[in-house]
Design a binder for this molecule. Structure first.
Ligand code: SF4
Length: 329
């Protein structure tokens, strides 16, 4: 990894302006960076703001949503200062995103070959023949057998795992500096999941790109991420290196997430759950956004939202249990 981050997000705020003057703070004051060759996982339940963070980086937030504050810098280019035409060129070229369900991203009426060569011709100015040759290379690279035949097939003729590989081939076709993978394996069965994640890991090494892995699966995080950011209520509530965060967990929300997954080494009658649900982004409780669900809630938690504080080297937590003078859990 080099010292220069490929992506720097600073105090990003993406709000949705709803009816009745409600404002949904989907992403609220989020800052982080990703270095080349690094996998950073963004973890949390549905509705915590993970996907909206990814879409904000891609500048794909739709009305009534809007990026209202902050900066997003990709290899020293301020993405929020770019015109739509410029961001379209950066998207696909320098930064790419793969989604949970490839069928929604692939066009059902075009062949796999058409969809890959279109990107190469548009972004790399390749001739038809060169793009065709490169498309076959890419399909081979992502482990698609019979690439020369598959290139003439349509998305519905392929399995879910194969479609996801095609999406990855399209995403990496221009060798992006940053790949955002939003729940890339959730729709796939377990063995295919592992293959796709191994493939992303291998490609990340080959291309030296940074990977933002959006997931709710802490098992995937443990295997593949260098660092983890846990998100709740549109904010990062805990951030550290993967091992440190999973072994020296500080935030009550992270603790709840960890208790809710099976552990082969510990026998329990029932898995833990986090009571309640993620509040809608237009209706966070006053004070700490996790206060209605937190087993350690204190009076002051209901009054104001804590800041993200460094509680140990490379370990940040947003919780009053760790402010100066407090004793933790
Ligand atoms: Fe729980 Fe209070 Fe910490 Fe929020 S600040 S996570 S309510 S202890």
């Amino acid at each position: 990894m080099t010292n220069q981050p490929v992506l720097e997000v600073e105090k990003l705020k993406t709000y949705f302006y709803l009816e009745d003057e409600k404002v949904a703070k989907a992403v609220d004051d989020v800052s982080f960076s990703i270095y080349p060759g690094e996998t950073v996982a963004l973890v949390g339940e549905s509705g915590s703001g993970k996907s909206m963070t990814g879409l904000s980086i891609m500048r794909l937030v739709r009305e009534p949503g809007k990026i209202v504050d902050g900066t997003i810098t990709l290899n020293q280019t301020d993405l929020l200062a770019l015109h739509n035409r410029e961001i379209t060129s950066i998207r696909g070229n320098d930064i790419a995103m793969i989604f949970q369900e490839p069928m929604t991203a692939l066009n059902p009426v075009f062949t796999i070959g058409n969809q890959i060569t279109e990107v190469l011709r548009k972004h790399k100015n390749m001739s038809k023949q060169a793009a065709h040759k490169k498309a076959i290379e890419l399909l081979n690279m992502v482990g698609i057998p019979r690439a020369k035949e598959i290139i003439h097939e349509y998305p519905h003729q392929l399995s879910g795992g194969m479609r996801q590989r095609v999406m990855i081939a399209i995403a990496i076709s221009c060798e992006p500096k940053l790949l955002i993978a939003d729940e890339p394996t959730t729709a796939l069965d377990v063995t295919i999941q592992a293959q796709i994640l191994e493939l992303l890991e291998e490609l990340k090494g080959k291309l030296g790109m940074g990977l933002l892995l959006i997931t709710h699966d802490l098992g995937v995080v443990y295997e593949y991420a260098n660092r983890v950011m846990v998100m709740y209520g549109g904010q990062i509530v805990e951030h550290s290196h993967t091992k440190q965060l999973l072994q020296l967990t500080k935030h009550p929300y992270t603790e709840g997430l960890l208790k809710s997954i099976p552990n082969m080494e510990v026998e329990v009658d029932r898995l833990g759950t986090i009571k309640g649900i993620v509040p809608p982004a237009y209706q966070f409780p006053k004070g700490c956004r996790f206060s209605d669900r937190c087993p350690y809630v204190m009076e002051k938690c209901r009054e104001s939202n804590p800041d993200l504080l460094e509680v140990a080297s490379n370990h940040e937590v947003r919780c009053y249990l760790y402010e100066e003078g407090a004793h933790g859990k």
